[in-house]
Design a protein around this ligand. Structure first.
Ligand code: ASP
Length: 356
């Protein structure tokens, strides 16, 4: 450019444009910051909360003795109180889930740990998973026969290995190497579950009928979801699977995204029911995805998946879960589900039947 005045003016013009542009960007950024802190404010985590299930199925009041019902309610309460104490003392949601589920694993009332259902071979094969909603890390074990606490083994897989799921002998060796208690398979034996296996075998006339859903299905897989003082959520599930299972069948409980799922941005979920349906429909993650991508509440999302999708496909069962605000969900399409929750004030609420 030949004229120096024009060159100077042009340079000034470009400079003004540049500074103006920067300011606009800065304003946009600070507006975005404001919005983000506003939405963070709106979504402030709720107070400590814990929700559990002890299995879903054909659970009818007419078939339950008052003594039996009292036993279930007492154990559900004990489990809730145990997890609550962990949360109250500032423990993490992962710690609360483990403590809660260990009470249920040790109780013969539920289909997990002691009292697990039997395989066709007449042994107990256990599945469990845990997921930490804060880190997105997860751990699971499948088809294990000698680990006293499968949920603790799942935790070890999550925290002390590079893997997400371990199965059978390998999982047992790993758990032992982590110092977990190893027991004989007979530790899990209960006469009641053994009798259920005999009945299931009698019903099973041929290979084809083994593919049909059980007529009188009421098994007690256990699961928990917790929200801790730091606003982090987690969930876990532990089970013996389904009576008379064979060929190393694995259910939904240890499958991340199916029977167990947790992420701070959506929810923490644990399922119980006819596992094959829960696996095929990726139930846990489907609920989380409806919340994340469609903005549904946890109850709306669970209704959509459990009360519509699964019902249409013939998949019976239920889910429990919570979100970071402490909204609790307990949704099931079966006759009943052992379930309960406890909130900040520390009063456990338990339920069994449909219309409670
Ligand atoms: N979902 C478990 C499974 O299919 C069974 C149950 O919930 O009782 O292994």
């Amino acid at each position: 450019m030949k004229n120096p005045t024009i060159t100077r003016l042009l340079t000034l013009f470009i400079l003004v444009l540049f500074v103006g542009g920067c300011q606009t960007n800065n304003q946009t950024e600070s507006l975005q910051e404001e919005e983000t802190s506003q939405s963070k404010e709106e979504l402030k985590p709720g107070p400590i909360t814990l929700v559990i299930h002890g299995g879903a199925g054909t659970i009818l009041k007419k078939n339950m003795s008052p003594e039996r019902e009292a036993e279930y309610r007492a154990k559900l309460e004990e489990s809730l109180n145990t997890g609550y104490e962990v949360l109250k003392k500032g423990g993490t949601s992962v710690e609360a889930v483990i403590a809660t589920l260990q009470v249920m694993e040790e109780s013969p009332l539920f289909n997990a740990g002691v009292g697990a259902v039997f395989t066709n071979e007449g042994v107990n094969e256990l599945d469990a998973a845990i997921m930490d909603g804060a880190s997105g890390m997860a751990g699971a074990v499948a088809g294990v026969r000698t680990i006293k606490s499968p949920i603790e083994a799942a935790y070890q897989v999550m925290t002390n290995s590079k893997h997400v799921m371990m199965s059978g002998k390998g999982a047992e060796d790993f758990a032992a190497s982590r110092g977990l208690e190893v027991v004989d398979n007979s530790y899990f034996y209960t006469e009641r579950r053994y009798n259920s296996l005999q009945k299931a075998k009698e019903r099973e006339a041929d290979e084809a009928s083994a593919m049909l859903p059980y007529q009188d299905w009421k098994y007690g897989t256990v699961g928990a979801a917790a929200l801790d003082q730091d606003g982090n959520i987690a969930s876990g599930t532990t089970t013996g699977g389904m009576t008379n299972k064979r060929f190393g069948r694995i259910g939904d409980a240890p499958i991340i995204g199916a029977g167990t799922y947790a992420h701070n941005e959506s929810c923490a979920i644990s399922a119980t029911g006819h596992g094959e349906f829960f696996i095929r429909n990726v139930v846990g993650y489907d609920i989380a995805a409806l919340m994340k991508y469609k903005g549904m509440s946890i109850t709306e999302a669970a209704d959509e998946v459990v009360m519509k999708k699964l019902v249409e496909k013939g998949g019976s069962g239920g889910v429990i879960g919570l979100d970071r605000q402490g909204n609790v969900m307990m949704t099931f399409n079966s006759e009943g589900m052992y379930r309960g929750f406890i909130k900040e004030e520390g009063k456990p609420q338990t339920f069994i039947y449909k219309d409670e």
